[in-house]
Design a protein around this ligand. Structure first.
Ligand SMILES: Cc1ncc(C[n+]2csc(CCOP(=O)(O)OP(=O)(O)O)c2C)c(N)n1
Ligand SMILES: [Mg+2]
Length: 393
């Protein structure tokens, strides 16, 4: 066990008061709901209670890497020995709760069993596999969160103002930007050297893949501009159905994530939509999928290049697109077949669905290489806003 406040970085003004106010609110709710204990694991709820701070590592799930256990007499943050020190110091500095760590390779069950009153009624805000007989009160906690403390009201006001300014700036720039791209007067805006073989932008195939799979399928995405198309054209319909390295943006995680997702949820369809550049990082993992018969579908949107780098260079006014083109004749379908997968190339949108059907019927993992128009992949939906947010403008 370690105590909070490892590094004395000071507490943001009003944070302790906000924590105390929200804790009182939560305990009052527990009293009225007849709960002896509450376990919060949804990172939004932990942030609400703590007046801020991130208890998550990955973005792809609402479940954080820590749990907060609240009883009438105790509050504890339970997390692994990897996260505890950093989380306490950086995310929740000097909050008056216990920080309890457990080895990362063990479940938190023994710690939770010590904290939770024996035989008590335990409220939870999400699935907690280590505690039996819990009562789901996620909706009630969401309602509590709407009662904003004065500090939260100030934050919402400041955030609203900042978002308004960003949106206004983008709206002012957009018409000019579109006009320049249309006229081809953005410095460096010219067709990439690879000759187009398909009329399509990546959006329609991303949409076609979404329509093919059931709504509870797990979507994995990887790539640069491809990811923005997938975000816009491949809605996520059910919780815990989406994997992406949103926070880090590392290319190459798609195929390993898809394999991991299918192993974790074998009863659900799992598909990856990836850029061609990103797919190259870890394509040897096709061997893993074959060896373990992991039946996933990988759809690789092939603009024969590092599309997002083309966009950046175009907007940076770099005269020629430097090192943005990949070898134009790559046949990932043949590579896939070499690894024992079903593999196909699709050049027309109407051929996509039959290819997906043949892949699903093949009894093997399948890869569909979809040729897209390089020029049409220069300006995916949300690109300008994405750039502004990344740069912190
Ligand atoms: C490991 C890693 N290397 C480099 C980058 C920088 N980067 C971001 S997007 C991008 C282009 C990705 O190309 P592709 O996967 O083909 O997707 P496209 O943009 O063409 O749709 C690159 C190189 C990164 N995010 N991660
Ligand atoms: Mg590409």
């Amino acid at each position: 066990m370690i105590s909070a406040g490892i590094a004395d970085r000071g507490v943001p003004a009003g944070r302790t008061e906000e924590f105390a106010a929200n804790l009182e609110l939560l305990r009052r709710f527990m009293g009225s709901a007849g709960l002896d204990c509450m376990v919060l694991s949804d990172h939004a709820n932990v942030a609400w209670l703590a007046g801020g701070g991130r208890s998550f590592v990955g973005w792809a799930t609402d479940q954080g890497a820590a749990r907060v256990v609240v009883t009438p007499s105790q509050v504890a943050l339970v997390t692994t020995n990897i996260e505890a020190r950093r989380m306490a110091a950086e995310e929740f500095p000097n909050l008056p709760w216990q920080v309890i760590e457990h080895p990362w390779w063990e479940s938190p069950a023994p710690v939770l069993a010590r904290l939770i009153p024996r035989g008590g009624r335990v409220g939870v805000d999400g699935p907690i596999p280590w505690v039996e007989g819990t009562v789901g009160v996620g909706a009630e906690i969401a309602r509590l969160r709407t009662l904003l403390t004065p500090q939260a009201q100030d934050r919402v006001r400041a955030l609203g103002k900042a978002v308004g300014e960003v949106m206004a700036g983008v709206c002012r720039e957009l018409p000019k930007m579109f006009e320049e791209v249309g006229r081809g007067t953005v410095p460096g805006a010219r067709a990439p050297s690879a000759a187009p073989t398909s009329p399509g932008a990546p959006g329609p195939p991303a949409e076609g893949v979404r329509e093919f799979f059931p709504k509870d399928a797990i979507t994995v995405m990887d790539g640069g501009n491809t990811s923005l198309w997938v975000t816009a054209f491949n809605p996520i319909y059910t919780p815990r159905s989406y994997l992406y390295t949103a926070k880090f943006g590392h290319l190459g995680t798609g195929l390993p994530y898809a394999i991991g997702a299918k192993l974790a949820a074998p009863e659900r369809a799992v598909y990856l939509i990836s850029g061609d550049g990103a797919f190259g990082f870890n394509l040897q993992e096709m061997e893993t999928a074959s060896r373990h018969n992991v039946l996933i579908t990988a759809v690789v949107l092939c603009d024969r290049g590092w599309g997002m780098e083309r966009s950046s260079q175009m907007f940076a006014g770099i005269e020629d697109m430097v090192e943005c083109d990949l070898y134009g004749g790559v046949r990932l379908d043949l590579v896939a077949q070499g690894f024992g997968w079903h593999g196909e190339v699709v050049e027309r949108l109407e051929d996509l669905r039959p290819a997906l059907e043949r892949g699903a019927a093949s009894g093997r993992p399948s890869l569909i290489q979809v040729m897209v128009e390089p020029m049409a992949n220069l300006m995916p939906p949300g690109l300008l806003l994405f750039g502004e947010i990344r740069r912190g403008d």
